[in-house]
Design a protein around this ligand. Structure first.
Ligand code: FDA
Length: 307
C-alpha cells in the first residue's frame, strides 16, 4: 500500500515536471531556493565550504546543471569544473567535486561525455582531488557505471560513483564495484522510477539500504553513506561499533541546508562528515527533488515565504 509520504513525493515530482510551474518557480522562487543552494557563484560557494571546514565538516562541491540540450553546454560545464578544482586547490579548502553525467552530455553523445569527465578527472588527479559521478535516473545507470570503470582502467582511480538503494539491481552493482575498487556513495535514490525496476515502498528501500551498507562496510573499502535518515545513521553507527569498524573507514554525507546541526553533532562525535554543496544558477531540478523528498522541506520553504 502506498503511504502518504510516497504519494506526496510522486505528486510533487509530477507537478515539478510541468513547464509552466518551472517557469514560474524560476521567476519568483529564487530567494526561497537559497536555503538549499550555497551561492550562484564559485567564490560564494568556496566561502560556504570554508565555514563548514571550520566546524569540522568536509564538502563536495556541485556546479548545478543536468540534462543539457546542446553539447556545447557540456564543454562549458567541463571548464567550470576545471576552474572549480583549481579554486579548491588555491583556497586550500577541504572539498572534492560531484558532477552529473547528463551535465557532461551523456544523453547526447556518450563518447563526448566520457571525454569531458575524463578531462575533469585528470585535472582532479593533478591536484590530488576526487570526482564523484552522481547517479541520475535509470536510463543512465549502466552507462554511468561503464564510464567509471573505463576511467579506472585508464588509471583515473580518483573517481567514484553513487549506488541507489531503491533499484532492484543494486546489490549486484555494489558487489561489482567492490571487485573493481570503485569508491561508492550509497543513497536511497531521488528519482521517480517504475515499479518494474525499483522498490516503491520506503520500508523496502530502507531494508535494501541497510543491506548494502552492511555489504560495503564488511569489505575493506571506504564507504560514504549519504542520508538524513536517523534510522540509517544509527544503523551505521551501531554496525560499525559492533564490528570494530574504525570511524576512519566511512563517512556520513548530507546535503547543504538540511540537518546542519546533525552534521555538526556527528563531526563533534568524531565521525567523518561531508556536506554536498551545490552552487550555480541551474537550481530548479535539484531544488524540486529536495522538496519532493520530505513534506518538511516544503514547509521550511513556505515558512521562509512569510519572512
Ligand atoms: P528521507 O528523506 O527518506 O527521510 C527519512 C527520514 O529521515 C524522515 O522521515 C525523517 O525522520 C528523517 N529526516 C530526513 N530529513 C530530515 C530533516 N531535514 N530533519 C529531520 N529529520 C529528517 N540521489 C540520487 O539518486 N543520486 C545521487 O547521486 C544522490 N546523491 C546524494 C548525495 C548526498 C550527499 C545526499 C545526502 C543525498 C543524495 N541523493 C542522491 C539523494 C538520496 O537518494 C535521497 O533522495 C535523499 O537523501 C533523501 O533520503 P534520506 O535517506 O536522506 O531520508
Amino acid at each position: 500500500m502506498i503511504t502518504t509520504n510516497e504519494l506526496y513525493r510522486k505528486t510533487l515530482l509530477t507537478i515539478a515536471g510541468n513547464p509552466r510551474i518551472e517557469r514560474l518557480t524560476i521567476k519568483y522562487g529564487k530567494s526561497l531556493a537559497r536555503r538549499f543552494i550555497a551561492s550562484e557563484h564559485l567564490d560564494g560557494a568556496l566561502t560556504e565550504v570554508r565555514k563548514l571546514n571550520e566546524i569540522g565538516i568536509m564538502a563536495t562541491l556541485d556546479h548545478l546543471g543536468e540534462g543539457i540540450q546542446v553539447l556545447e553546454q557540456a564543454t562549458g560545464y567541463r571548464d567550470e569544473y576545471i576552474r572549480l578544482i583549481e579554486g579548491i586547490s588555491k583556497s586550500k579548502v577541504q572539498s572534492n567535486v560531484s558532477l552529473k553525467p547528463t551535465q557532461m552530455g551523456l544523453a547526447l553523445d556518450p563518447e563526448a561525455c566520457y571525454q569531458n569527465i575524463r578531462a575533469v578527472a585528470r585535472e582532479a588527479k593533478y591536484h590530488r582531488n576526487f570526482v564523484r559521478i552522481d547517479m541520475e535516473d535509470s536510463p543512465y545507470t549502466e552507462a554511468t557505471l561503464q564510464i567509471v570503470e573505463r576511467l579506472h582502467r585508464e588509471g583515473l582511480t580518483n573517481v567514484g560513483t553513487v549506488i541507489q538503494a531503491y533499484l532492484f539491481r543494486t546489490e549486484a552493482d555494489v558487489q561489482h564495484c567492490i571487485e573493481h575498487h570503485i569508491p561508492l556513495r550509497l543513497v536511497k535514490g531521488a528519482y521517480k522510477e517504475p515499479a518494474a525496476i525499483a522498490y516503491q515502498n520506503a520500508k523496502d528501500v530502507r531494508s535494501q539500504f541497510e543491506r548494502i551498507i552492511q555489504l560495503h562496510l564488511d569489505q575493506d573499502v571506504y564507504t560514504a553513506i549519504a542520508s538524513h535518515d536517523d534510522r540509517i545513521i544509527q544503523f551505521t553507527k551501531r554496525y560499525a561499533a559492533e564490528h570494530s569498524i574504525s570511524k576512519e573507514r566511512f563517512e556520513f554525507q548530507m546535503l547543504y541546508g538540511l540537518r546542519m546541526q546533525e552534521q555538526e553533532r556527528l563531526a563533534a562525535e568524531g565521525y567523518r562528515v561531508r556536506c554536498y554543496v551545490p552552487y550555480g544558477t541551474m537550481w530548479y531540478p535539484y531544488y524540486t527533488r529536495r522538496l519532493a523528498e520530505k513534506p518538511g522541506n516544503l514547509m521550511l520553504v513556505l515558512k521562509n515565504m512569510g519572512r
